[in-house]
Design a protein around this ligand. Structure first.
Ligand code: PLP
Length: 318
């Protein structure tokens, strides 16, 4: 049920973000602004050095999905990067809520970001930088479109190696994406729709914005090493526990994934998404498998369940 809030900061409701900006609302420097006005300084280390962490949570039918887990991961990342947020958890929760409420979106992609910022004296010492928090809500977007969700994605395994965990801790959600983007271009060159890239030991790691699972004889496996511990990945473990399916995080070789009964990828941007082709080979019979379908159904059912989701508090319509 939609709850009402008496007074929220306002954004001109007649404002239409033109062309290059998705319709949405951002929070920056203490203000709510349309996406077209959400801008950062070119001197921010977040931009200059990818010195930032972020998290993305989605809203589906007016409810945040697993917001607490996303906030936990975000706060942990901020701490590990030795940054300081100007707001506490309660305030950030209300900012995220207000970005969604002001945008009016019932299904949204909601991002919270902390950048190193820059120092008022232009010092090169990161300890002197003033860290910045920002957030935004735009329409929900998915790695896979409707047709791909129905028939399964075509993925290519690229030879690009994921940046090693000893260099960048993958549990800190980050914008070090050059390896992922390189992999994506290689995948397009191979005629595929997205990419999987390898870890330093030659095992499958993850893709641009998603984790991966294989199903073999009713058991699930997902790469353990050098990957972002995705909230959707964690959700698959939780769903498997409910469904009585064994699931483990372990090494997944190139050969193993190609010989799997089923393969799917997981992301906040799209949920559980089937893969039916890897490089030149079909996975099993080339159709979306039964375990993937059951997991997809249960995953979306959980979006209405108060144990897994929280209602956005929208203001009354004017
Ligand atoms: N791996 C990477 C590199 C990502 O950037 C993401 C999400 O953006 C994921 C995995 C999936 O994580 P989640 O399920 O929390 O969206």
């Amino acid at each position: 049920m939609t709850q009402l809030l008496p007074a929220l900061p306002t954004v001109d409701k007649h404002y239409v973000d033109r062309g290059r900006y998705p319709r949405g609302v951002a929070f920056m420097d203490g203000q709510y602004v349309p996406m077209s006005e959400a801008k950062i300084s070119v001197l921010d280390w977040g931009f200059l050095h990818s010195d930032a962490t972020y998290d993305t949570v989605h809203v589906w039918n007016g409810r945040f999905f697993r917001l607490d887990l996303h906030l936990d991961r975000f706060f942990q990342g901020v701490e590990r990067l030795r940054m300081k947020l100007p707001y506490d958890r309660e305030k950030i929760t209300s900012i995220l809520n207000d970005c969604v409420a002001l945008s009016g979106h019932k299904s949204a992609y909601v991002e919270m970001i902390c950048t190193r910022g820059s120092s008022p004296t232009f010092s090169r010492d990161p300890r002197q930088a003033e860290n910045r928090f920002m957030a935004f809500a735009v329409p929900f977007g998915s790695v896979a479109n409707e047709e791909q969700l129905e028939r399964g994605l075509h993925v290519a395994i690229s030879d690009t190696v994921r940046i090693p965990p000893k260099s960048i801790d993958p549990s800190i959600k980050n914008y070090h994406w050059l390896d992922l983007v390189k992999g994506l271009f290689e995948a397009y060159d191979m005629g595929a729709e997205t990419a999987l890239i390898l870890d330093a030991n030659g095992h499958v790691a993850e893709g641009p914005g998603f984790n991966v699972f294989v199903v073999e004889d009713g058991s699930l496996r997902t790469p353990a090493f050098g990957v972002l511990p995705g909230i959707t990945r964690r959700t698959v473990f939780d769903l498997c526990a409910e469904m009585g399916l064994p699931a483990t995080a372990t090494d997944v070789s190139r050969a193993k994934i190609k010989a799997a009964d089923e393969v799917f990828i997981t992301s906040t941007a799209g949920g559980i998404m089937p893969v039916t082709r890897i490089d030149d080979s079909a996975i099993a019979n080339g159709r979306v498998g039964p375990v993937t379908r059951r997991l997809m159904n249960l995953y979306w059912q959980k979006h209405d369940d108060p144990a897994w989701s929280t209602a956005v508090i929208y203001r009354s319509s004017e």
